[in-house]
Structures are given as C-alpha cells and as structure tokens.
Design a protein around this ligand. Sequence first.
Ligand SMILES: CCCCCCCCCCCCCCCC(=O)SCCNC(=O)CCNC(=O)[C@H](O)C(C)(C)COP(=O)(O)OP(=O)(O)OC[C@H]1O[C@@H](n2cnc3c(N)ncnc32)[C@H](O)[C@@H]1OP(=O)(O)O
Length: 187
Amino acid sequence: MTPPPGAAGAVRHPDAPAPGELLGSHYEKCFGCGGGQAHGLHLEARAGEGVAVTAEFTVRPVHQGAPGLAHGGVLSTALDETMGSLGWLMHTIMVTGRLETDFVRPVPVGTVLRLGAEVTAVDGRKVFTRATGRIGGPDGPVAVRAEALFIKVNVSHFTEHGRDEEIEAAMADPDQVRRARAFEVNP
Ligand SMILES: CCCCCCCCCCCCCCCC(=O)SCCNC(=O)CCNC(=O)[C@H](O)C(C)(C)COP(=O)(O)OP(=O)(O)OC[C@H]1O[C@@H](n2cnc3c(N)ncnc32)[C@H](O)[C@@H]1OP(=O)(O)O
C-alpha cells in the first residue's frame, strides 16, 4: 500500500476539532464507535496534531476469539475504525477499500489498547493511512498495526446502498444529519 510518487500530504481542515478534543461517534449504531451497540467497541477517538487521532479500546469478554484473548477480526475493526475517524479532521467521508493488519502479540481480555492513526498521503480520492495498537498506553508494546487505503465517497454512498429502514431513520435524525455534514467540505 505504497502511495504513488507525487501523492500529496494530508491537509487538516481549518474547522477540524482541536488537538485533544473528542471526535464523537459518526453513527450511534456503528459497531466501532456507536454507544447504541451493546457489544460494540465503543471507541472514543480524539483529535491529535496534524491529521492524526488517538483512541482507546477496552477488550471485553464479548470480544474474545480464543479463551481470554481478543479476536483478531475485532482488533482489525478497532484499527479500521480509528483510521476511518481521520476523516473528521479532513472533513472527508471515506470508506475502507483495503486493510492490512499485522498481529504482533496476543491481546488479553481486559487490556486497554491505546490506538493511534495518521494519514500518510492523499492521492485524489485515495487516502493512505496507518495505525498501531499498543497494550496499556502510549508507551506500551505494539500488539497490532495496520495500513489501510480509504476512498473518499459522498453521502450518496450510504443513501444508495444502505438498507432503507436504517437510512430513513438516520435521515430523520437531525443529529445524525449534522454529524454527516460535519465530515464534508461541501455538504
Ligand atoms: C445519512 C447517512 C449518513 C452516514 C454518515 C456516515 C459518515 C461516515 C462514515 C464512515 C464510516 C467509517 C467506518 C469505518 C470504515 C469502514 O468500515 S467502511 C465499510 C467497509 N468498506 C466498504 O464497504 C467499501 C465497499 N467498497 C466500495 O463501496 C467501493 O469499492 C469503493 C471503495 C467506494 C470504491 O469504488 P468507486 O467509488 O467506484 O471507486 P474506484 O474507481 O473503484 O476506486 C477509486 C480508486 O481507488 C482504488 N481502489 C479502490 N479499491 C481499492 C482496493 N481495494 N485496493 C486498491 N485500490 C483500490 C482504485 O484502483 C481507484 O484508483 P485510481 O484509479 O483512482 O488510481
């Protein structure tokens, strides 16, 4: 996932949340960041400097794969969600096109995984990102890392492809519409 020569650096939107500010959930029922998913990851990402974010994920028993250990797919989801939240800082809606995860060490249930993600390059609609998850805190050992290619999309990506029931409910929710618009440069 190497950006092509001539790819640009990421540009922080002037109205991006200040460093340290919580980004909030983009959708209440998102498995990654929504508060309305009992078994979800409940990730809370914060803006960093430039186009970077941090987040914390507490591994709960519902996230197990092997006994006492986090499921690898769940860890990939945590990294994916963290990288996806970088869109807040660019006011860009983007979806994952490709995701590669390295599992470096097992992650026990009860671990607080400290996640960090940044944009490495932008080439047209393609946004290149990377992320790490460290055990216990920002200086803890790296347990997982990932690179992902996100593709910029419009809100129509969701309205055209999402199930009507959820789309209609989202469009009728002024708070959800406000959050969707917060991602876009030209809503
Ligand atoms: C009311 C509702 C409000 C909702 C408010 C929501 C707010 C914000 C939500 C955020 C949510 C985040 C949540 C976490 C992240 C997810 O989990 S996102 C969910 C998982 N991802 C998906 O479902 C995406 C499914 N895939 C697709 O829909 C389409 O394949 C895509 C990604 C949109 C691309 O399709 P496309 O628009 O037709 O673009 P396409 O021309 O194929 O590709 C564009 C470029 O990307 C490259 N590319 C595309 N895919 C790949 C790939 N897999 N590998 C390499 N290159 C690729 C192409 O080669 C092309 O390159 P160039 O030719 O320009 O050099």
